[in-house]
Every structure is written in structure tokens, then in C-alpha cells.
Design a binder for this molecule. Structure first.
Ligand code: UGA
Length: 480
């Protein structure tokens, strides 16, 4: 099929590369000339595993192109809208990029495509897009919704081997066009090299393909992100309790997550969610509820807990040092999660701002981020390696759980530090290994390691004589 994509950001570039990979003819347009030039030159504007290879594949086969001219979409059968829908300061969604994209499409002479909104936008947006096209053309274009469920860092795989494909359509032709378009993905019939690249299963049941009304599809997108955010905030709330009662939230999450009704995913306690999606989508969903007189208590609580969680590092430092003035802290990771260089709403930036206010000197190392936004340059010094980060530091803080940090030589790092404190904001390390390396270790929700000696009265002693020990003190030294 001939496919057009408006927007060469994360959602649009991945969508374009993946649809070309299943043999559609794809043209991606963007108003950002620099971005289009970058993509045409085979360079990536952001980090996303497999994207570069798939773009190269599509360009070599001649079924993926990038353009700045909307007329390049004039013979498209389906056009995906993949533009940014950021929050305004009041939390409402700024639909102006979407409006402008739709007006541009409506003005393309002869364009007879189904417009498919893939940008996350409030319920009613599909209907609004229809009305914009009707105003511009005299008769409405066909409009459908196809929410994206791509997570940064796994976006290509999420597209090609998804948990489900969701369509919101109110007319037969749009639903049929999208059914045809997604067939190779739904029946798991990807080109062999593509499937192998992303590790997509080749057998098993078809991918669930759901067709709903547009409003339900639009709401489902927000509800999915809302549920994930609530799940994280829930375990973070439990983590705060765990710290007080001397439990380890990682053990709690494991036990809770093995209940098939609950599931193990998104139960990793930490310094809170960030990124370009959860913060804006939770606010937008809350706004959709509140403007209709509903109170959206669950979403508000999730947001509040997330705000508390982002102060965890500062609180942990205050608990261990008499004053933070003049302390040197090294952040391990800057991105809001591993596998991406995205700093939008990254907890690292907020933590650095809090620490800067307390006169802490903040340095950071990230495997893929070499610089911070202008607004934070006076608060964070980015260094080139972890050894440099450790030099003279009073604390290392795991902000992003890059897997390669697990391989760090902890004893060697500890020797470079002024004070051997490891604040593990993502529970990446086992407390015992950090303590064995000479660190005072503090994890999120790890009350057992952080605060309390572990009472083992109910357990046999290490000597195996069946007599209870009083306590096994695994509390690390106080570094204050
Ligand atoms: C999220 C959703 O996971 C995608 O399904 C959705 O399509 C996307 O938003 C979107 O709306 O476009 P993403 O923002 O890339 O994807 O990142 P996630 O992997 O969901 O992580 C979000 C944040 O939650 C990160 O800061 C991560 O560190 C944090 N997180 C995640 C936790 O703190 N604990 C967990 O157990 C899981």
C-alpha cells in the first residue's frame, strides 16, 4: 500500500521504517528540514535500537523516502498523523501541530487517503480532525485512530511484534484499509531478516487486532499509560512503606507480580517515571476527567507519588550528610530510562536542580547523552567516563539502569571517591555486592539494607545449629 506519514519524530520515523519493512511504499514528511536532511543522509536524530538498520533497508529497497513537501503524499492511500501533542503549561494538550498537519493534508489536491491519527490526543480528536477537513474541503475526509503503544528503546520491536493492534474507526473502508495494512504483523509474517533482527516470534497465535469506535480507541491509549503509571506509583508507595518497616520492595514486587492477575511488569520501584509520555498523558487524562466534573483521584495520586519519588535522592543525601553544602554527587545515567538519549521529563534533570539548590556539585555520565539542555548546563557537568565521575565524589547515584552499569568495577570506583555512598535509584545492584565493595548502599524501598538490622529470629543460624541469632546487622556504615 502507499503510505504517507506526517512527522518524522520517534513515532513517525519508527512507523515509517516498520511499514516499509513489511513492504509498503512509505513517504515520511516533516516541516523540520534539518531532520529530513539527517534521515536522508542515513543519520539518526535520536537513539532507537534497530531503527537505523530498518531505515537503511527501506532506502536501499527504494520503498522508504523522506520529504519536506506535502505534495509527496498526494497518491497515498493511508496517511498517519504522528505529530507531537505536548502539554501546555496548564496541562491541556496543545493540538496546534495536529491542526496544522491536517490543514496541510486537506489542501493537497487529489489526496483521497484515510487519515489515521497516531498522535496521542484527547478523546474527540478524530471527530475534530474530520471537521477540520470538512471545513477545508467542503466534505470530510475519512478519519481513523490507531494509538501507538511503543516504548522508547523497544519501539521497533513493539511495532513489529506488538501485544495488540488497536484501531478506532467509524467507517468500513478505513477499518478495511488498516486491516490490510497490518496483516503481515497480525499474522506474524514478517520478512525473515526483519523478524530475526527484532527477535519477533514467527509462530503462535495471531496478534489481537481490535477495532473499536474512535472515542474508545482514543481513551484506551490514555488508559493504558495511566494504568502503567499507576502501577509504578503503587509499587513506589509500597517502597516508602518498605523503607519504614524494614522490608525489601524488590522481594515484595517479585512475590506480588507472580500473581498472574497482577503481572510482574512495571513493578520496579525507583526514582519515578519520566519521559515524553507518562507525565503529559496522565495530566491530559486527568484534565479530560476534571473538565467533566470528575475528580480522577487515582491519576492525581499517581502523579503526587511520582513527585515525592523524585525527591528520594535529595532526601537520602540529607539523611546521611549533616550538610550537603559543597558535596560532590555523580549521577550514573541521565536519560529517563536506558536505551534512549531522551531527556524529556528525565528525573535526572529535576534531581540535579534540587541538588544545585542545596549547593551540591552535580556531575553525570551517560552512555549516550553527551550534553544537557541549556537550562541545565550550570547545574550538571557531563563527564566522559565513570572513573572520572567517581573521582572525589561523595555519592554515586544510579539514575538510569543501563545494563552496563551492572558490570562496573565497584571496588575500583569506591577507591576514587571521597565518601563511599551508593544511592541506587533503580535498585540495579544487590545491596550485598555494593557493601562487599566497600560502599554504604541505599536502594529505593530496601529498608532491610538501608535502615534496619535484619532480625532472623525465625531463621536457623548460619552455624546451622538451629539456635536463633539475635540479629544479623547488614546495615552499612553511617557516612555522615
Ligand atoms: C510509555 C509506554 O510504556 C508505551 O507503551 C507508550 O506507547 C509510550 O509511553 C507512549 O505513550 O508513547 P516510554 O515513555 O517510552 O513508553 O517508557 P516506559 O518504558 O513506559 O517507561 C516510562 C518511565 O517509567 C521511565 O522513566 C521508567 O524508568 C519508569 N518505570 C518503568 C519505572 O519506574 N518502573 C517500572 O517498573 C517501569
Amino acid at each position: 500500500m502507499r503510505i504517507g506519514i506526517v512527522g518524522a519524530g520517534h513515532v513517525g520515523a519508527v512507523c515509517g521504517a516498520c511499514l516499509a519493512a513489511i513492504d509498503h511504499d512509505v513517504t515520511v514528511i516533516d516541516v523540520d528540514h534539518e531532520r529530513i536532511r539527517t534521515l536522508r543522509e542515513g543519520r539518526m536524530p535520536f537513539v532507537e535500537p534497530h531503527l537505523e538498520a530498518l531505515i537503511a533497508r527501506g532506502r536501499a529497497r527504494g520503498n522508504l523516502s523522506f520529504d519536506v513537501d506535502p505534495a509527496a503524499l498526494s497518491d497515498a492511500e493511508v496517511v498517519f498523523l504522528c505529530v507531537n501533542t505536548d502539554s501546555r503549561p496548564d496541562g491541556s494538550v496543545d493540538l496546534s501541530p495536529l491542526e496544522s498537519a491536517v490543514s496541510t493534508l486537506a489542501a493537497i489536491p487529489g489526496l483521497d487517503a484515510v487519515l489515521v491519527n497516531r498522535s496521542t490526543a484527547p478523546v474527540g480528536t478524530a471527530e475534530y480532525i474530520r471537521s477540520v477537513t470538512a471545513d477545508a474541503r467542503g466534505s470530510a475526509m475519512r478519519v481513523a485512530v490507531n494509538p501507538e503503544f511503543l516504548a522508547e528503546g523497544t519501539a521497533v520491536r513493539d511495532f513489529l511484534a506488538p501485544d495488540r493492534v488497536l484501531i478506532g474507526a467509524s467507517d468500513e473502508r478505513s477499518a478495511r484499509a488498516l486491516t490490510d495494512l497490518y496483516r503481515p504483523i497480525v499474522v506474524r509474517d514478517l520478512p525473515a531478516d526483519v523478524g530475526a533482527r527484532v527477535g519477533a516470534p514467527t509462530d503462535g497465535e495471531d496478534v489481537p487486532f481490535l477495532v473499536a469506535d474512535p472515542a474508545s480507541a482514543e481513551l484506551a491509549k490514555y488508559a493504558a499509560n495511566g494504568m502503567l503509571a499507576v502501577k509504578i506509583s503503587f509499587i513506589n508507595e509500597i517502597s516508602a512503606i518498605a523503607e519504614q518497616v524494614g522490608a525489601d520492595v524488590t522481594r515484595v514486587a517479585e512475590a506480588v507480580g507472580l500473581d498472574a492477575r497482577i503481572g510482574k511488569h512495571f513493578l520496579r520501584a525507583g526514582i519515578g517515571w519520566g519521559g515524553s509520555c507518562f507525565p503529559k498523558d496522565i495530566l491530559a487524562l486527568q484534565g479530560m476527567a476534571e473538565t467533566r466534573g470528575l475528580s480522577a483521584r487515582m491519576l492525581r495520586a499517581a502523579n503526587d507519588i511520582n513527585g515525592d519519588q523524585r525527591t528520594w535522592v535529595t532526601r537520602a543525601l540529607h539523611a546521611r550528610f549533616k550538610t550537603l553544602f559543597g558535596r560532590r554527587v555523580g549521577l550514573l545515567g541521565l536519560g529517563f530510562k536506558p536505551g534512549t538519549d531522551d531527556l524529556r521529563n528525565a528525573p535526572a534533570l529535576e534531581i540535579a536542580s534540587q541538588l544545585a539548590k542545596a549547593n551540591v556539585k552535580v556531575r553525570a555520565f551517560d552512555p549516550v547523552v553527551g550534553d544537557v539542555p541549556l537550562t541545565h548546563r550550570d547545574r550538571i557537568e557531563v563527564v566522559a567516563d565513570v572513573e572520572d565521575l567517581a573521582n572525589g565524589s561523595d555519592a554515586l547515584v544510579v539514575v538510569t539502569e543501563w545494563p552496563q552499569f551492572r558490570e562496573l568495577d565497584l571496588p575500583a570506583l569506591r577507591r576514587r571517591m571521597r565518601t563511599p555512598l551508593l544511592l541506587d535509584g533503580r535498585n540495579l545492584f544487590e545491596p550485598e555486592e555494593a557493601v562487599a565493595a566497600g560502599f554504604a548502599y541505599v536502594g529505593v524501598g530496601r529498608g532491610v539494607a538501608n535502615t534496619y538490622p535484619l532480625p532472623v529470629n525465625a531463621l536457623p543460624s548460619s552455624a546451622g545449629d538451629g539456635k536463633p541469632d539475635d540479629e544479623v546487622p547488614i546495615r552499612t556504615s553511617d557516612v555522615a
